[in-house]
Design a protein around this ligand. Structure first.
Ligand code: F0G
Length: 463
């Protein structure tokens, strides 16, 4: 087990957080209708709702903000950004700034998918919710194609986020020219932050080329993915993280990226187009101007663009990545000792605890993952979120969908919490595990909106 994590920084500015009592928290969560999104941040001690936009910027990023150039067109910030992006991703024809990841999807997906041209299928190792949403809004059907091994949370194999390339070829035979794009999500968030191997990226890219299908990377956590490649894939130990990232992107035609993760930014996103002669390039530019802003700022302030340029470089530093992945492994090690099952091995941006294994008596339609999230809040003021049947929502006919997993995700913000916070998380989970037998009932829905219910749903304890 990892004994301690050497933080490659020291702290010079602090943000106070507040401990509440168990009685207060029981009242707060009840008033919030047992919905984690409805709790006020000031009532949370450790906030693990997401790792997106919640990282701590460095002194260099903050000083970069002071030199941000707010010119509407072709600002100095834009050119500094272009230089940094080329250094990280390689010599791509176009890097389009946008305000976050889903904006990148909104710009690109309607260009690659066009139901009127018969392009109405998209395949991924696993679509993230917003990507799935933008595929559907563009008239497409999203199909997930992750390896079967990903569905067994206790199974410890590297690169559990991989595409099932055999199944992919079968899907290509079935859907043929209807497929508008194949998306590789790195790391595979919905499968537990599990990485994808370079061999799998390369093979998927070759399959796309053979069938003339555009290959797009959903690059939210590309640097964490590169760290796993260096650590666990034969032949990459002597390569630098930057070299691994450049190789990764050399296989793709497009990428969409939420910069709120590995670029350690509070807000930002990017679309990449590799080929200067791509028929999609003009469409990307036009959509960006319509939805986001002029080509050289894309919905971001000049100061954010400078922080982005610097964050790209910081997010690929190996000591930082070792510390970050080390934090998650430390927590995983403590859970191993207590016999708590999670999506193993520990992934990139958080730990996905198997709540169905923790509470075997709670049926999936009473949301064991939500029960564990609520208990974590009551126990220690920790805010996590459910990734399971509550998130899965309904199918097109309004029937509830059972998820392959009932996870409670503890997503870890970058450079924010210390090892003592991780002990608080582990102690809380262990305390709940000790009394897990007692939990037999979960939650039922009191009210829900028509779409994306988990953000707004009202729950009540099952009678
Ligand atoms: N793709 C992946 C793999 C993501 O994890 C996210 C966001 C997005 C795209 C969309 O990016 O939020 O900047 O619009 N994931 C966050 C999460 C929200 O909590 O996992 P965005």
């Amino acid at each position: 087990m990892v004994k301690y994590i050497a933080e490659p920084f020291r702290i010079k500015m602090v943000e106070p957080i507040r401990q509440t009592t168990r009685e207060e928290r029981e009242e707060i969560i009840k008033k919030a209708n047992y919905n984690m999104f409805s709790i006020k941040a000031e009532d949370v001690y450790i906030d693990l709702l997401t790792d997106s936009g919640t990282g701590a910027m460095s002194q260099e990023q903050w000083s970069g903000m002071m030199i941000g150039d707010e010119a509407y067109a072709h600002s100095r910030s834009y050119f500094r950004f272009q230089e940094s992006a080329k250094d990280i991703f390689g010599d791509w024809a176009w890097f389009q700034l946008v305000h976050q990841g889903r904006a990148a999807e909104k710009v690109l997906m309607p260009i690659l998918l066009d139901a009127s041209q018969g392009k109405n299928v998209a395949i991924s190792n696993t679509f993230f919710d917003t990507t799935r949403g933008h595929v559907m809004m563009a008239g497409g059907t999203p199909i997930d194609c992750v390896i079967e091994e990903a569905k067994d949370s206790a199974l410890r194999i590297p690169f559990k986020g991989n595409m099932d390339t055999k199944k992919l070829q079968e899907l290509i035979s079935e859907y043929g020219s209807r497929i508008g794009v194949i998306v590789m999500t790195i790391t595979n968030n919905s499968a537990g932050g599990q990485p994808v191997s370079m061999a799998n990226i390369k093979e998927t890219s070759a399959i796309c080329k053979k069938h003339n299908i555009p290959f797009c990377i959903d690059a939210a956590r590309y640097a964490e993915n590169a760290f796993f490649v260096k650590r666990d894939e034969a032949g990459y130990q002597d390569k630098s993280i930057k070299e691994i990232i450049r190789e990764t992107f050399s296989y793709a035609d497009y990428f969409t990226m939420s910069a709120k993760k590995d670029a350690i930014l509070n807000m930002g996103g990017l679309v990449g187009v590799k080929d200067p002669n791509s028929p999609s390039l003009n469409g990307v530019k036009s959509n960006a101007i319509s939805f986001e802003g002029f080509l050289t700022y894309g919905g971001l302030n000049g100061r954010d663009i400078d922080a982005f340029a610097i964050g790209l470089q910081e997010g690929v530093q190996e000591d930082y990545l070792a510390y970050r992945i080390g934090q998650i492994e430390y927590l995983a090690g403590r859970l191993d000792d207590a016999g708590i099952i999670y999506q193993a091995p520990a992934g990139g941006h958080g730990l996905f605890v198997d709540a169905a294994a923790m509470f075997p008596k709670i049926p999936w339609y009473e949301f064991p993952g939500q029960v564990l999230a609520v208990e974590l809040y009551k126990e220690a003021g920790i805010r996590a979120c459910e990734i399971g049947s509550l998130l899965m929502d309904h199918d097109q006919n309004g029937n509830p969908v059972q998820s392959a997993f009932e996870f409670t995700r503890l997503a870890v913000p970058r450079r924010v919490y210390t090892q003592a916070h991780f002990d608080v998380m582990a102690d809380a989970l262990i305390a709940i595990k000790k009394r897990a037998e007692q939990y037999t009932r979960g939650f039922v829905i009191d009210w829900e909106p028509p779409v994306l219910r988990h953000f707004q749903v009202h729950l009540k304890p099952a009678a």
